[in-house]
Design a protein around this ligand. Sequence first.
Ligand code: SF4
Length: 455
Amino acid sequence: MDTQKISLLEGREKQVYEKTAGGVEVDIACDKTSLSGSVSQRACVFCGSRVVLYPVADAIHIVHGPIGCAAYTWDIRGAVSSGPELHRLSFSTDLQEMDVIYGGEKKLYKSLIELIDQYQPNAAFIYSTCIIGLIGDDIDAVCKKVAKEKGIPVLPVHSEGFKGTKKDGYKAACMALMKLIGQGSTEGISKYSINILGEFNLAGEAWIIREYYEKMGIEVVATMTGDGRIDDIRRSHGASLNVVQCSGSMTTLAKEMEEKYGIPYIRVSYFGFEDMSKSLYDVAQHFPERPDIMEKAKEIVRDEIRKYYPEMQKFKAALAGKKAAIYVGGAFKTFSLIKALRTIGMSVVLAGSQTGNKQDYKNLKEMCDEGTVIVDDSNPVELSKFVLEKEADLLIGGVKERPIAFKLGVGFCDHNHERKIPLAGFIGMYYFAKEVYESVMSPVWQFAPRKGGAK
Ligand code: SF4
């Protein structure tokens, strides 16, 4: 297969950049809606909201729209819960043609009453989908009415699929959370406290991270939204610091909380030894009057790295010189993945994200080696082209990238919704290296050789 013959779609040229020595600096044209017909890997606005709010486990989540929208996001995240699991039930008003003609408000009202009576949730999130934006159902009025009747927060999420990019869905989710924040009592919350934002507990990561912070003597008031609870979110304005991991999805919330409640925020990442250590040190630095917190952070980093470092060397010896392609949701995760891959001797030949902003791509260009292709809001044809052209041995992505990797005959690592093994924290770096090693070095590739004639 001659991948040189695969050209970029017209209109996509400004969202693809190859770093070359002395190359012309160009601004990647991000923050725009996907090119029609490109079959973008990026999800819709509704999906953006759904993935952020999904892990709130003691609320019901109702998708107001046709069943397809609910099916698309049904159990979309593996987000695990230490208690209730209402989030794993995907409810939909299943709008039909007659509802589209006459409106779906009555159906939504009846569904809400029935579900609240049956499941006794602590809150309900109602997601607007494309069709609701078209027919104009007043979901705010229905939510208000039901909230009054049932005495629980019933929160509209304005996430009509067509009204922007996935990032707009993140914003809509943050605005729904803001309606909860501030409703609970902050009595008894320690001065040395944080909220963990943008950690979704896909495979228990929130528990790992929480444990590190608690060992340091920090109180975690709320995790948003991994293993999330409505009452914790309601009192989260009592924390002293917001620690934001998935910056694409949660920076809006952090900024809103800073403005309304004066809570500062920092950006962190829990992937890889380097960034995980930094995220502990950065939190400790926020409380300079308690040097014991920093001491404890150093002790955790020392102990954990000592535990996993020898195993990492084995993976590194086998993977040295192998190449990886990264295409994930948020650009901040890409930075950590580049560092983590370098720890195990691999280089990155393709780096991209669905929701990066101009600053993210500027940083990415600085971090990447020459010859690396950087893409924003990519599609299957583009990803395939660059994976083959750059002879990547591994693709890191999510559920939509997995078939691309396997069809091309290259290894794959799921760094998104569906994974069952935690990749965050020090132990997560070990699991990550192990998974990469097992996929890249798998004997299966001799029976399913890489497409394009590469070795
Ligand atoms: S909200 Fe719109 S774009 Fe999103 S899944 Fe539903 S119909 Fe598709």
